[in-house]
Design a protein around this ligand. Structure first.
Ligand SMILES: [Zn+2]
Length: 504
């Protein structure tokens, strides 16, 4: 065969192939388009039917300042249904990011987390919270048709306690070969002050949430919950999760609550009750610092071990509950200030629950921020108010390097700006994490069920995902989930917003 013939045959094959491909594709394109059309029509019809569900009548949702405010009201199943429905798209989106993170860090698959949820967590939940979680799955399905069931939702709720507390404990128990290095996270900078420390003697409480930007950018819900039983709650939170979880909340009987986690905490009690339930229950039912402490200690499983900062606006008293597993301690005062930046202070807790934590390493993020809190609170003793608290949450003073620079040691954390990482929490250099939002309130605001909150870094600096990922290919696995985190304005929220509109 001559070259010319060969070329002609090849050309014919190419043309015929192209035509066949075109013929083959077009009908399927039409079929595809038709299927999409039907899918869209079904989901629209489902949403239309579901939106008329009487359970949704008292619920309300609105977006402001980068936050999504939701009002939920009724019995546990109804509150859950409203939560799942109103935040359906956000729950699906958050589930994808959180489950990817859980699987990545633990090297366990999703069926593992579902099994833990079903066999270990679910049986320990009070029935009212089981009903609420079931309601979330149902409301989510009604809104988006999502196949996620209640065990997926329970596993999502456990995202702060199972991967970094239960799994390392399990790996140790099972002597898992090549177990990943998992450490309890260092989440947050916070303080609570009262008496002669504050401008007018009332309680002032503030908190910024430290987490991965991937999760933190999604931590943008303000929950206004009016439960059939217990007190009314106003708190920030995460889509699909029944506790605030970072945590910052107030209840209508005067309790004001926040926390920071205990760095390098180790331990888990498989017979205990999930932390996310105890934290939600305590905010819903505690009328005093004693109540709060009792509920958190009842069935303490060691998960997501925190230093809780608590205020009771009825008495002006504040407290710090250092909730280890083998040890715990409560400090309280009507004239003082407690701060948190992920360090344990009770010698017994340090010895028994955080054996690796070094309280004298001033280079570490928790200890460097501890020094800064002491400086700021002492310098401003007598003039602390919510406006000043907002500034403190945005502070960029690095007490170890003695310079002003946003990094992993500043109260407003920017670990992505540091080549040091935070070894204590296994955050490698330039880890895309830090302060992702901030909140503040005082006794007077809490009495009116009000708080002020800012999405994104409390200092107002924006985080841009694309240039970050281009500069740090180590974090490429986060590409599908990591988004920009622009800072929003400080925004006021109160219980009952939109209530009149919802009642119509
Ligand atoms: Zn900052």
């Amino acid at each position: 065969m001559s070259d010319a013939v060969r070329k002609t045959i090849a050309l014919v094959i190419l043309i015929v192939g192209g035509i066949l491909l075109w013929l083959a594709r077009n009908p399927s394109n039409e079929a595809e388009a038709a299927k999409n059309h039907i899918d869209a029509a079904i989901s629209e019809a489902r949403e239309r039917v579901a939106s008329r569900d009487p359970r949704l009548k008292p619920a309300h949702r609105e977006e402001r300042g980068g936050w999504i405010y939701v009002h939920l009201e009724g019995d546990p199943a109804t509150i859950g249904f409203q939560h799942g429905y109103e935040l359906g798209p956000e729950i699906e989106d958050a589930f994808a990011a959180v489950s990817a993170g859980m699987m990545h860090s633990t090297q366990r698959d999703w069926p593992f987390f579902r099994q833990v949820a079903r066999e270990q967590l679910w049986p320990k939940l009070d029935s009212e919270y089981q009903q609420e979680l079931q309601g979330i799955a149902e409301g989510l399905n009604a809104r988006t048709g999502s196949p996620l069931d209640v065990y997926d939702i329970v596993a999502l709720n456990s995202f702060e306690e199972v991967p970094d507390y239960y799994v390392p404990w399990l790996n140790k128990q099972q002597k898992t070969a090549n177990a990943p290095n998992l450490k309890s996270p260092g989440n947050c900078s916070a303080f609570v002050a009262t008496g002669s420390w504050t401008k007018d003697g009332q309680i002032v409480m503030a908190h910024n949430n430290w987490t991965s930007y991937m999760n933190g950018e999604r931590w943008r819900i303000i929950f206004d919950i009016q439960p059939a039983n217990g007190y009314r709650i106003l708190m920030d939170g995460f889509p699909g999760v029944i506790a605030s979880d970072d945590d910052f909340g107030i209840n209508s009987d005067g309790l004001m609550v926040t926390e920071t986690t205990i760095t390098q905490f180790e331990g888990w009690d498989p017979n205990g009750k999930p932390e996310f339930m105890r934290a939600r229950k305590a905010l819903q039912y505690a009328a005093s610092i004693d109540d709060y402490t009792r509920i958190m200690l009842d069935g303490n499983n060691g998960g997501y071990a925190n230093d809780w900062l608590i205020g009771d606006r009825k008495t002006g008293e504040i407290a710090q509950l250092e909730l280890g597993l083998k040890a715990s301690k409560l400090w309280r005062t009507k004239d003082g200030a407690f701060s948190g930046s992920n360090w344990a202070r009770d010698p017994k807790v340090i010895k028994l629950d955080t054996p690796e934590f070094d309280p004298n390493n001033m280079e570490s993020s928790p200890n460097a921020r501890r020094v800064r809190w002491e400086q700021l609170l002492n310098e401003n003793k007598g003039s602390i108010d919510v406006a000043l608290a907002q500034q403190m949450l945005a502070d960029h003073e690095d007490t170890y390097a003695k310079k002003t620079e946003p990094n992993e040691r500043t109260l407003c954390g920017h670990a992505d700006a540091s080549d040091r990482g935070i070894a204590q929490w296994v955050w490698s250099p330039y880890y895309p994490g830090g302060a992702v939002q901030g909140k503040a309130t005082d006794s007077n605001m809490a009495k009116q069920m009000r708080l002020v909150a800012r999405m994104g870094h409390p200092c107002g600096l924006d985080f841009a995902a694309k240039p970050f990922l281009a500069a740090h290919p180590d974090y490429a696995w986060q590409t599908p989930y990591l988004r920009d985190m622009p800072a929003g304005p400080w925004t006021h929220f109160a219980s009952g917003e939109g209530a009149a509109a919802a009642k119509r």
